[in-house]
Design a protein around this ligand. Structure first.
Ligand SMILES: Cc1cc2nc3c(=O)[nH]c(=O)nc-3n(C[C@H](O)[C@H](O)[C@H](O)COP(=O)(O)O)c2cc1C
Length: 211
């Protein structure tokens, strides 16, 4: 009889220990699952925080004036930049205005679309385009129309700026806007004179709030 009782007691102890072991194991498993869930949500938040706005400074320049302003903007913002390079470069004779030269003829023809050499491979990566050009007969050079018609800027912001001898932005930016999808947000255009200081450009960047 004593043997039977001690046998029953031993079975009881083994059962209790096994049950304890099992609940400890499932507690540990639950702990691991919670930790995994927590670390997944942190990494998702981190990913979301990492999706920052990206700006591309695009410019066309034949005699360096617009290029210098574009370089200032690129440096100030630490942005990427892209120069619109014509497939057929403009010679001095092409640029001599009021001579009925190449630039004059292109500006006379709203449908002229001078070809661009190369392009931006990853336009999707940018949400803001700062677009610089010289004023040619009151308008943007037709190669800017070629550029705008080469990509889908839907949902992006375009900030136009120009340089000129004396003319303002005038209707140039409005005419460019009409070439783009309605969902493109066009900011007011800004004209810079030749020799503008980097500080003045920085002031404009701060005013428009582009980062
Ligand atoms: C074909 C042509 C037309 C121009 N038309 C004008 C104009 O209408 N108004 C103006 O103020 N400057 C005009 N300019 C001067 C340029 O806008 C100015 O020199 C500009 O800053 C040049 O920029 P870039 O050095 O980046 O090429 C014209 C220049 C060229 C070549």
């Amino acid at each position: 009889m004593r043997k039977i009782v001690s046998l029953l007691l031993s079975f009881g102890m083994i059962f209790t220990l096994a049950a304890c072991g099992q609940s400890a194991a499932s507690e540990k498993q639950a702990e691991i699952e919670m930790e995994t869930e927590a670390s997944e949500s942190v990494s998702t938040e981190e990913q979301e925080a990492d999706v920052s706005t990206k700006t591309l400074v695009v410019y066309f320049s034949c005699t360096g004036t617009t290029e210098l302003v574009a370089e200032y903007i690129t440096e100030i913002l630490g942005a990427d930049s892209y120069q619109i390079v014509p497939e057929n470069p403009y010679t001095e004779a092409d640029l001599a205005y009021y001579t009925n030269g190449r630039a004059d003829q292109e500006q006379d023809d709203p449908d002229a679309r001078p070809a661009i050499s190369g392009g931006v491979a990853n336009m999707d990566a940018y949400d803001t385009i700062i677009l610089g050009f010289p004023i040619w007969h009151g308008q943007a050079p037709r190669i800017i129309s070629t550029f705008l018609e080469s990509y889908d800027f839907s949902g992006k912001t375009i900030v136009p700026f120009c340089t000129s001898h004396s003319s303002g932005v005038g209707s140039s930016a409005d005419n460019l806007q009409s070439l783009c999808a309605e969902s493109v947000e066009w900011r007011d255009g800004k004209r810079f004179e030749s020799g503008v200081s980097k500080e003045s450009v920085q002031k404009w960047i701060e005013e428009i709030g582009i980062e």
